[in-house]
Design a protein around this ligand. Structure first.
Ligand code: NAD
Ligand code: TDX
Length: 378
């Protein structure tokens, strides 16, 4: 991978990055430290099933970058852990979350704890720092960037969601994310905290936990395992490459207007069937691996967001979907140890709960073409 070019000094140089051992957070940390612009990062991560220190191995392998990274294992919902980490940072970027919709259906409480109460603990610690700044005990209050999601808008049958649209979250995951970002906004309005919120779309790329659609289907297909496609497979998602998502978050951190929310779309909207067909082609694997299984309860049919506010801020995504998907497939082919170690232990139990009955009652998916599938009503 090529290193991003060194840039001018960033506005926020000392960062607290929560969830920095996860998929998008680790990309943010790797890319920001690789810029060698003097940034120092403290990662706070609970190392849940989704957190993996191996995601930061490229940083640890570079002695200069490694000196600018400090890793703290801990919970964002633990005020005693969080408070001391806030005293000498310029900004906090909150990636930490329970992030998988299917797990939120199996166990909603964990989502309430981290995605709502954890955010509140972080906000309280930031507010205490703002009070310290007011007393002259530090120069400025920290900026707070909350990483949110397109799922807070709910299912969007036609058109595109704009930042001022009403929220309509429909899963425990998206309800928790909506509550989290509403808390963030309330701290801007009520306490004058310097906040910004990003709402990213479906992200894909290297280091993506194999519970999510693209990495699950790539890794199952590599091993000739069945691919459990929910419902009719005609749900539509807008795919955003992980480095573009992390880059957009960095851009909003630097340039976003306080109190504002920014959509971060990928502008690559496709039916799940199309995405699956593309990745099977890249792997040279047959469509017959795909099985239609019982749908996700409350499954959102489509997400799509307007990008004018973010482009107006001067951001443009770089990766084309075809290139990003191909690079992602190559990465999973070349990093089998990384995902094989995740697909073991707790994974087997999760996979049985999530897919055991579904796959037992599954049907052939017949055709890969979305139009034909819509007519065929399998
Ligand atoms: P992920 O599940 O890969 O990583 C989450 C990280 O947070 C893990 O490292 C985990 O250990 C850590 N974590 C979880 N609970 C914690 C806690 N209580 N305290 C400290 N650390 C904790 O998630 P991701 O896909 O990288 O998503 C990152 C953020 O982006 C999330 O807030 C998610 O809601 C948001 N988002 C994700 C996508 C996507 O498609 N993946 C799209 C839009 C927004
Ligand atoms: O086995 C599967 N079969 C299937 O058909 C899985 C895991 C998913 N799907 C479908 C459901 C969705 O229509 O694929 C689509 C994508 O599913 P996920 O990868 O689980 O993502 P999604 O539910 O869309 O949510 C993702 O994007 C928004 C992230 O997981 C969230 O964290 C983010 O906020």
């Amino acid at each position: 991978m090529t290193e991003p070019a060194a840039t001018t000094a960033p506005r926020f140089r000392r960062l607290l990055v929560t969830g920095g051992a996860g998929f998008i957070g680790s990309c943010f940390v790797r890319d920001r430290l690789a810029r060698r612009d003097g940034t120092t990062i403290t990662v706070l991560d609970k190392l849940t099933y989704a957190g993996n220190p191996a995601n930061l191995a490229p940083v640890e392998a570079d002695p200069e970058q490694a000196t600018r990274l400090r890793f703290v294992v801990g919970d964002i919902a633990d005020a005693a852990v969080v408070a001391p980490l806030m005293t000498d940072i310029d900004a906090i970027v909150n990636f930490a979350a329970e992030s998988h919709v299917d797990r939120s259906i199996l166990d909603p409480e964990a989502f309430l704890r981290t995605d709502v109460m954890g955010v509140h603990v972080l906000l309280e610690a930031a507010r205490a720092e703002k009070d310290r700044a007011a007393r002259g005990e530090r120069a400025t209050a920290p900026r707070f960037l909350q990483v949110s999601t397109d799922e807070v808008y709910g299912s969007v049958d036609t058109g595109e969601s704009h930042e001022e649209d009403p929220l309509d979250p429909r899963s425990p995951y998206s309800a928790a994310k909506a509550a989290g970002e509403l808390f963030v906004h309330s701290y801007f309005v009520t306490y004058g905290l310097d906040t910004v919120v990003t709402r990213g779309s479906n992200t894909y790329g290297p280091y993506h936990h194999p519970e999510k659609l693209i990495p699950l289907f790539i890794t199952n297909a590599i091993e000739d395992q069945q691919l459990p496609l929910y419902g009719d497979g005609l749900q539509r998602r807008d795919w955003l490459y992980v480095a573009d998502h992390a880059g957009a978050i960095d851009h909003v951190l630097e340039h976003g207007v306080s109190g504002e929310i920014y959509n971060v779309p990928g502008n690559n909207e496709r039916a799940n069937r199309e995405t699956v067909s593309d990745l099977l082609d890249l792997l040279g694997k047959p469509w017959s691996l795909v099985r239609l299984v019982d749908d996700r309860p409350g499954h959102d049919r489509r997400y799509a967001m307007d990008d004018s506010k973010l482009t107006g801020l001067g951001w443009a995504n770089k990766m084309r979907f075809e290139d990003g998907l191909s690079a992602t497939v190559d990465w999973y082919l070349e990093n089998r140890e990384w995902w094989r170690s995740i697909k073991s232990g707790e994974w087997d139990d999760y996979y049985r709960r999530q897919y055991g009955d579904r796959l037992a009652g599954s049907r052939e998916a017949m055709t890969e073409a979305p139009e034909a599938a819509a007519k065929a009503k399998p």
